[in-house]
Design a protein around this ligand. Structure first.
Ligand code: SF4
Length: 213
C-alpha cells in the first residue's frame, strides 16, 4: 500500500558536501520539502522554533524537485551519480528529512550501492539503517537523537550550553559559526570556544566560499 506514498522533494543534485566531517566529498543531495521547526515563510521566521535557517526548503520547485513515488525517486537519484560507480554517497537533507525518509527508500538506495547520510535537526527518531547521522540541534527544540556520527552545532545560539551536548554519544563534535549579520563576531566566538574546548572542531561552510550549490 505504501508503494503509493509520494515524497515531496525540493531538489536533487550532485555536488560536494560543503560542511562538517564529509566536506569535500562528492554526494547526491536529496532535499526534502518541509520542516517541523519552521514553515519556511519569512513572515513567520521570528516566531519559529528555529529562526536562523539559511535553506530554501519550501515547495518542490528546485532542480529535479517534484512529488515522487519510490521507484522514480530512486532512479532519479541513481541517474545523477557519475558513470564510475564507486563511492556512491547520498545525503538526505531538508528541511527536516526524517519527516519523510523511510526504511523503504533507504533500503532501495542502499541496494543501488549508496552509502546513506542524513542531516537532521534531531527531533525525530532516526533509522538504524542510515550509515552516517549528522545532527544539528536547535536550542528551542527537544533533542531525541543523542547519538550518531556527527553533531554540528550552529554557534552561538541564545542560551546554549555546549557542555550538555558534550555528554552525548557522537564520534565528531563540530561548531559552525552562525551565518547572519554578526558573522565575523560569530566566527571569533566560535574559534575562541574551540581553542578552549578542543573536543570541538570547526565546521566551515565551504560551499558558500566556493560558490557551489
Ligand atoms: S531545523 Fe534546519 S531546515 Fe528546519 S528551519 Fe532550522 S535550519 Fe532550517
Amino acid at each position: 500500500m505504501n508503494n503509493y506514498k509520494t515524497y515531496s522533494i525540493k531538489e536533487i543534485f550532485l555536488t560536494l558536501q560543503g560542511e562538517g566531517h564529509n566536506a569535500g566529498k562528492t554526494a547526491v543531495f536529496c532535499r526534502f520539502s518541509g520542516c517541523n521547526l519552521w514553515n519556511g515563510n519569512e513572515k513567520d521566521r521570528k516566531n519559529a522554533v528555529c529562526s536562523f535557517c539559511d535553506t530554501d526548503f519550501k515547495g518542490v520547485n528546485g532542480i529535479n524537485g517534484g512529488k515522487y513515488h519510490l521507484q522514480p525517486l530512486v532512479e532519479k537519484i541513481t541517474s545523477l551519480w557519475p558513470k564510475l560507480k564507486r563511492n556512491k554517497f547520498i545525503v538526505f537533507t531538508g528541511g527536516e528529512p526524517l519527516l519523510q525518509l523511510d526504511n523503504k527508500l533507504i533500503k532501495k538506495v542502499k541496494d543501488k550501492g549508496f552509502k546513506v547520510a542524513v542531516e537532521t535537526n534531531g527531533t525525530l527518531p532516526v533509522s538504524k539503517l542510515i550509515d552516517w547521522v549528522c545532527v544539528s540541534p536547535k536550542i528551542e527544540s527537544k533533542l531525541v537523537v543523542t547519538k550518531g556520527d556527527e553533531i554540528k552545532v550552529v554557534y552561538p545560539q541564545d542560551g546554549i550550553n555546549l557542555s550538555v551536548f558534550e555528554k552525548y554519544n557522537f564520534e565528531h563534535f563540530y561548531l559552525q559559526p552562525l551565518d547572519n549579520k554578526n558573522f565575523i563576531l560569530n566566527n571569533k566566538k566560535t574559534i575562541e570556544y574551540i581553542l578552549k574546548n578542543p573536543k570541538w572542531k570547526l565546521s566551515v561552510q565551504t560551499h558558500k566560499y566556493l560558490k557551489i550549490k
